[in-house]
Ligand binder design. Structure first.
Ligand SMILES: Nc1ncnc2c1ncn2[C@@H]1O[C@H](COP(=O)(O)OP(=O)(O)OP(=O)(O)O)[C@@H](O)[C@H]1O
Ligand SMILES: NC(=O)c1ccc[n+]([C@@H]2O[C@H](COP(=O)(O)O)[C@@H](O)[C@H]2O)c1
Length: 320
């Protein structure tokens, strides 16, 4: 497998972008500078700080295979081992689908703080934890565009479309053909709860996911969904008007092992001062990835504990 690091990037000068990115990340690790970092990332967006990471992309796939990249939008507050496991399940499911696809890379895209869920740790902490969680994966990457390079929450359809547009600039070789742009197909990755939410309506009567958005995400790109519980995902997809039209674009993965691990469970462990080891990647739980991450992980712990202290909670806070 050739990696993008060994090749000349189609978008030129990756070294310079990486140095800028390293500076931006190091700078933003200091919590006091979080807002400055966001502004900094936005200002330098045009200069390449927020360009798509491509170092782990596979640039060659076997003859007859469609190169596919996977993007999982989510809160990742914090990222758990099951988020990583979800990517492995999704890749296996896609590559099993009639030997049609070859997965060339995966992206975790933490949502912007402005999404407004009370359980969101600040974006720079979540991004750093995601970066730590994927640090020893040879194919999953963390992308900062959605959480740090935008000034507000971005509907997922736009996130997915931006990934597709960026990946269309990456030349990939199929078999012995010369590398060509526009070959990579993008699919969104989600858990069964998100698939169910495609049919959900807010108390205001508004759809959680507008049908037009689902039409683009699933109909134009594709969806791989990993079961989290006993829900019959096939039935959910068939019974939905918009999903039902695109069953050929939906791949369902049914993990052999189900656990109740979720970010909320991890937050509850943290809140009650219990170990979170083996629920999250070790580098996330120990915060030993970089000096920056020590800060980040401590920041996250301190946030939760401060909350408990401040509110004199004897019980677990309801962070959901
Ligand atoms: N155990 C799991 N199996 C399959 N998908 C999962 C699992 N945990 C999370 N996901 C999926 O990962 C994506 C991001 O999830 P998110 O960051 O909201 O995590 P979460 O564990 O559901 O968080 P929370 O507990 O805070 O609601 C979503 O598509 C979600 O369905
Ligand atoms: N209409 C939309 O684009 C839409 C709706 C709900 C959730 N989402 C995304 O789904 C992800 C998970 O959100 P929840 O944790 O609320 O399920 C987030 O990245 C969020 O941006 C998008």
């Amino acid at each position: 497998m050739r990696s993008a690091r060994e090749t000349t990037s189609p978008r030129g000068c990756p070294g310079r972008k990486l140095r800028w990115h390293a500076f931006a990340v190091a700078f933003g690790m200091l919590p006091a500078f979080a807002a400055v970092r966001q502004a900094f990332m936005r200002v330098f967006h045009r200069q390449g700080v927020c360009t798509l990471p491509s170092s782990k992309l596979r640039l060659q796939v076997p003859e007859g295979r469609i190169p596919v990249a996977i993007v999982a939008p989510g809160s990742f507050s914090p990222p758990t081992l099951l988020h990583l496991r979800m990517f492995e399940e999704a890749r296996d499911a896609l590559e099993r689908t009639g030997g049609k696809f070859k997965v060339v890379g995966g992206y975790m895209s933490p949502v912007h703080d402005a999404y407004g869920k009370a359980s969101l740790a600040p974006a720079h902490h979540r991004l750093s934890m995601v970066e730590a969680a994927v640090s020893d994966s040879d194919w999953i990457m963390a992308d900062s565009w959605e959480c740090l390079c935008r000034s507000e929450w971005t509907p997922t359809v736009e996130v997915v479309s931006r990934f597709a547009a960026e990946l269309s600039k990456v030349p990939v070789a199929v078999g012995s053909n010369r590398p060509q742009c526009g070959k990579v197909q993008l699919v969104m990755l989600c858990g069964g709860d998100v698939l169910q939410s495609f049919n959900a309506t807010k108390p205001s009567g508004e759809r959680v996911w507008p049908d037009d958005d689902v039409e683009v995400i699933v109909g134009q790109h594709g969806l791989v969904c990993v079961g989290r519980g006993k829900a019959d995902l096939g039935a959910i997809a068939r019974e939905s008007t918009v999903l039902g039209k695109h069953l050929d674009k939906i791949v369902l993965a049914k993990p052999r092992v189900l656990t109740g691990i979720s970010s909320s469970v991890v937050r509850q462990y943290l809140a009650s001062n219990q170990s979170i080891r083996y629920l999250v990647h070790d580098k996330v739980s120990r915060g030993l990835f970089t000096p920056g991450l020590v800060h980040c992980a401590k920041g996250f712990f301190v946030q939760v504990r401060d909350y408990i202290f401040k509110h004199k909670l004897n019980e677990l806070p309801n962070w959901q």
